[in-house]
Design a protein around this ligand. Structure first.
Ligand code: AMP
Length: 114
């Protein structure tokens, strides 16, 4: 069995609060939300990070962005504004080694993020 947390979520082995799906991507609520809306968009297939998706399979990268846009609309933060974040690697603050895009919104989000 894989020890990748998000592979196990996409396989249904670990429960998640799924809010949307597309052919090859899944969106579920972050377990430690940093904003009123905090959803993670992941490819079902394993990639280490978002740049790896973009380089190996640009159509899948576009699918992740399209699903993030759908989630923002569903969650009511499309018009008000929201943030898409793809933490990448150690210094980028990535803690789970499976590509994911955070969709954050529902409050004013400061910049820089800290
Ligand atoms: P990052 O730090 O950018 O790699 O983001 C990983 C995110 O995954 C964090 O915001 C965690 O709160 C979130 N996370 C970790 N485990 C789970 C889980 N089982 N279900 C949902 N979100 C999770």
């Amino acid at each position: 069995m894989t020890d990748c947390l998000f592979c196990r979520i996409s396989a249904g082995d670990i429960p998640a609060d799924v809010v949307a799906r597309s052919d090859r991507a899944l969106a579920f609520r972050d377990i430690q939300p940093q904003a009123p809306v905090h959803v993670l968009v992941i490819p079902v297939e394993h990639f280490d990070d978002v740049p790896a998706v973009a380089e190996a399979d640009p159509a899948l990268g576009a699918e992740l962005l399209a699903l993030a846009a759908q989630v923002a609309r569903q969650e009511g933060v499309s018009a008000s504004g929201h943030r898409l974040v793809a933490n990448t690697g150690l210094e980028g603050g990535q803690s789970v080694g499976h590509a994911h895009i955070h969709v954050l919104g529902g409050r004013p989000l400061g910049w820089p993020p800290g």
